[in-house]
Structure formats: structure tokens, C-alpha cells
Design a protein around this ligand. Sequence first.
Ligand code: G3P
Length: 218
Amino acid sequence: MKFFIDTANLDQIREAEELGVLDGVTTNPSLMAKEGITGKNNILKHYVDICAITPGDVSAEVIGTTFDQMVREGEELAELHDQIVVKVPMIRDGVKALRYFSQKGIRTNCTLVFSPGQALLAAKAGATYVSPFIGRLDDISSDGLSLIAEMREIYDNYAFETQILAASVRHAMHIIECAKLGADVMTGPLSSIESLLKHPLTDIGLEKFLADYKKGNA
Ligand code: G3P
């Protein structure tokens, strides 16, 4: 399972990279705005800065909502760096753009996916990654993890190469359940990755080992 970090914060990307488990980065316009990155040139430069920190894939989202706008923006983003994956929303023109990019050899991440039908359509259109937002489904009392299971079944039935990128991951249990269900990638905040580390028995056990060592070596 690949681990992506879902942030535009360079310090957090560096921290995840230093942990040695980072395979890539996903961003979106909200995450860019949260870091105060505004204006086209600053945003493009920020993508390049992110690519310099991680050797993995970096999702960069288009803002346009028509086919022509998405194609223009996506081609510009893909030109920026060979690690860039063009993030396209699951809308009618987005599906057309996914097909276009796939035929041009430009890698894509179809975002804002909330149903198995949308996931099937994105795979048919040739998306490299498809991002089901599991946390946001949970937020509306739906079941985000069921969508991962449905997508796994559908993609396996037809050997789609499209990768399931479980997004809107919020905590350790999301990551573990996604791993059990066979999601190819998960993306979440640094806190969700770090929460995999923690177990009270690890802390208690280590404290005792160190105390016993001190006693024996006093
Ligand atoms: O990658 C999708 C993600 O940015 C959405 O996450 O936590 O805003 O639902 P969240």
C-alpha cells in the first residue's frame, strides 16, 4: 500500500519524507489556500517545491470546469515536472478530460468520487488514480469504507489498472481498514500516518525495558 500525504505544507511533507514511508503527495485548492499559496505563478512554483522534497507522485488539481480549460491547465501542470499527476474532478467534462489525458500519456487522479458508478466511469475513462473521499462519506452518515470494498471488487472483476487512492482519510483505523480492503494508496494528513505509530503498551513496555536496564547497569 502506498502512503501519500494530503497537504500543501512543506514542513509536514519533509517530516513524512524523513520518516521514510512517503510515496507521494496530494493537494487540492483548499489545502493550497490553507497555506496561503495564492496566484497562479505561486501555485505552480509550490508544486515544483513539493516535487523537490518527495520523489513520488504529486497530484495538482485543475481549477477549470470545462473540457478546454481542464486540458489547457492539465497540460501546463504536467509540463511542470514529471512527478505531477493531473487531478480532475468527477464531472461530465472531467470524464472527457480523463480520456484525453490518458490518450496523451498524462497521468491523472480523478477526485471528488463518492459512488461506485463514478469510480467505474473514471476507470473506463483511463484514470491513473481514482480518489474516493471516505471521511466525507462518513461525515454524512454514509459508509466510506464500503465504497472502497465496492471499487476493489469492480476493478478486480475487469482487471482495471486504475489505482484506488483512498482519500479524506482521517485516522489510523481508516488506513488499516483500507489496507485490509486492498486500496492501492491512501492519502491523509501527517497526523493520520503518525497515529499508526502509537500504542500505550509500546510506551509502557519501553519504559520498563529502560528502567530494568538502568537497574542492572547502575
Ligand atoms: O484528498 C482529499 C482530501 O483533501 C479531502 O479530505 O479531510 O477535507 O475531507 P478532507
